[in-house]
Write a protein that binds this ligand. Structure first.
Ligand SMILES: Cc1cc2nc3c(=O)[nH]c(=O)nc-3n(C[C@H](O)[C@H](O)[C@H](O)COP(=O)(O)O)c2cc1C
Length: 257
């Protein structure tokens, strides 16, 4: 069994390639008693600012996994910054341990930094399916491995930390503004894994205390009426969803309200 968290479908697509039965972390989080038992148990999630998302950490910390093989696969867009070693350290700090942690490069959905159309044009070069097949073979052979962190990736992570210290966070709240293009369809309310968007008078209203900045809402808006409030993004007209994943899949994975 594999548990996944996803904003734009990459991690769901990856989870489908890696294990037979996929379960959404935001849906599982609704359960009080989270005890899972299986021969092999995995977690697939995106990389957020060189770390696994807080909801994934909370899910792991608050669940018990009865298994002889526990793995994590983190999807990312350009630099993974040695996340595997840090994640194993985190697991140790909560009394858990993974047998296997790896990363897989996919389309980078960080709208603040990247033009989604430009990212689409280089997607083929990332050889996503070949990498996922390699990881699947690793899992099937129950390989023991925590991905190493080459110097280039350590440097990238340290550069990011320094930049954050000097320039402050990448974004601030309120993160979004809604333009007159909003047709009140409510798609944003349904793809939000935090349940932080409600329609008020037919327009989305955000409770930012629960926002994970996962960008599912801004990416899924069919009229591109959700825009960043203060960040100037490279291409406000380009949006992304993994081509193998439907809007219905994302709603089933994330709907809270
Ligand atoms: C808030 C945010 C932060 C991100 N941080 C990183 C990062 O540090 N490094 C990276 O390579 N990709 C980063 N990404 C890109 C995603 O990890 C990547 O596109 C991932 O495959 C998205 O998975 P999903 O479609 O399952 O949500 C970030 C994306 C978002 C939205």
């Amino acid at each position: 069994m594999v548990f996944y968290f996803t904003a734009t479908g990459n991690s769901l697509y990856a989870a489908r390639q890696l294990d037979e039965e996929q379960f959404s972390i935001p849906q599982e989080m609704k359960k009080k008693d989270r005890h899972y038992s299986a021969d092999r148990i995995g977690i697939v999630c995106p990389l957020f600012e060189f770390d696994i998302p807080p909801i994934v950490k909370d899910f792991i910390a608050g669940s018990t996994f009865e298994t002889s093989y526990f793995y994590l696969v983190v999807t990312f867009g350009c630099h993974y910054g040695g996340v595997a070693l840090r994640t194993q350290e985190y697991l140790t700090s909560i009394g858990k341990k993974a047998n296997y942690i790896n990363t897989v490069i996919m389309h980078d959905n960080a709208l603040i930094v990247f033009d989604m159309d430009q990212q689409r044009s280089i997607e083929e070069s990332k050889q996503v399916d070949a990498h996922l097949a390699e990881i699947r073979a690793d899992l099937d052979s129950r390989k023991e491995m925590i991905q190493d962190s080459p110097e280039e990736e350590v440097n990238f992570y340290e550069f990011y930390l320094k930049m954050k210290e000097e320039q402050g966070p990448m974004y601030s709240f309120p993160l979004y503004q809604v333009t007159d293009g909003c047709v009140g369809c409510g798609t944003c309310t349904r793809v939000c894994p935090g349940g932080c968007i409600r329609l008020v008078d037919g327009k989305p209203s955000y409770d930012y205390t629960r926002c994970m900045a996962c960008m599912a809402c801004i990416q899924a808006c069919p009229t591109k009426a959700i825009q960043f409030a203060s960040v100037k993004e490279p291409n406000p007209e380009a949006r992304y969803r993994n081509p193998h994943v439907t809007l219905k899949d994302l709603i089933q994975a994330n709907q809270q309200l």
